[in-house]
Write a new protein. Structure first.
Length: 223
């Protein structure tokens, strides 16, 4: 099996070295490059086509938001895991809306970084409970504004979902992770992941985070 390839993007050399050390002993993950600003990041993405880009938001030149907005043009199959000191709800939301598949703060432990990289490579999103709670709170507080800006995707066909898929979708809107959904519905985590994959496919979402944001907005609109 080919190892998961990772590009590290951070403007602090010590942080890049720390992240590099995180992966050194992992046989299933390899770091293929580093970048210290947004311009370098996009150039490296185009050349290396990594599986995962580990991305800081506060970068010189083009910042991490710019990289997220432009990276699909340069590396359409690369998934972004944000690792940032920024913990503001609005920044988390913006990163997710721009396509980030996961979001960790820089105080995340080594094992959590590894778990996030593996989860994202497997096709899942990754938001720790505290980050998910901030994202959902921001969406609920600003859902009306998003809808007025035409960002609530009202045309989705919810009738295509089964009863169980609707339940999963509603729980996603509450910010629940896979384990919490499984416990709530008294099913296995594997069953939750299968239904979640069907929800994303039927509604046309690329990432779980995108679906979570939409589900939360939809619930706020219905209140």
């Amino acid at each position: 099996m080919q190892p998961i390839t990772v590009l590290i993007v951070d403007d602090h050399p010590l942080m890049r070295q720390s992240l590099l050390n995180t992966f050194l002993t992992e046989t299933d993950i390899t770091v293929v490059g580093e970048a210290c600003d947004g311009f370098q990041a996009l150039a490296q993405l185009a050349v290396l086509q990594p599986d995962i880009v580990l991305l800081d938001l506060m970068l010189p030149g083009k910042d991490g938001f710019d990289v997220l907005a432009e990276m699909k043009e340069h590396a359409p199959d690369t998934r972004a895991l944000v690792l940032s000191s920024a913990q503001e709800e609005g920044k988390i939301r913006r990163a997710v809306e721009l396509g980030a598949t996961g979001y960790l703060t820089k105080n995340a432990r080594r094992q959590e970084v590894l778990a996030a990289v593996r989860a994202i490579h497997a096709g899942n999103g990754y938001l720790p409970p505290d980050v998910a709670a901030k994202l959902m709170r921001n969406v609920r507080e600003h859902g009306d504004e998003a809808q007025s800006n035409g960002d609530a995707r009202p045309g989705l066909d919810m009738s295509s979902l089964t009863r169980r898929e609707r339940q999963i979708f509603e729980l996603m809107g509450q910010g629940m992770n896979t384990k919490q959904m499984a416990e709530t519905l008294s099913v296995s985590a594997v069953t939750v992941r299968v239904h979640m994959r069907h929800v994303l496919q039927k509604l046309g979402f690329v990432t779980r985070q995108e679906a979570m944001v939409y589900a939360a907005r939809r619930q706020k609109t219905a209140e």
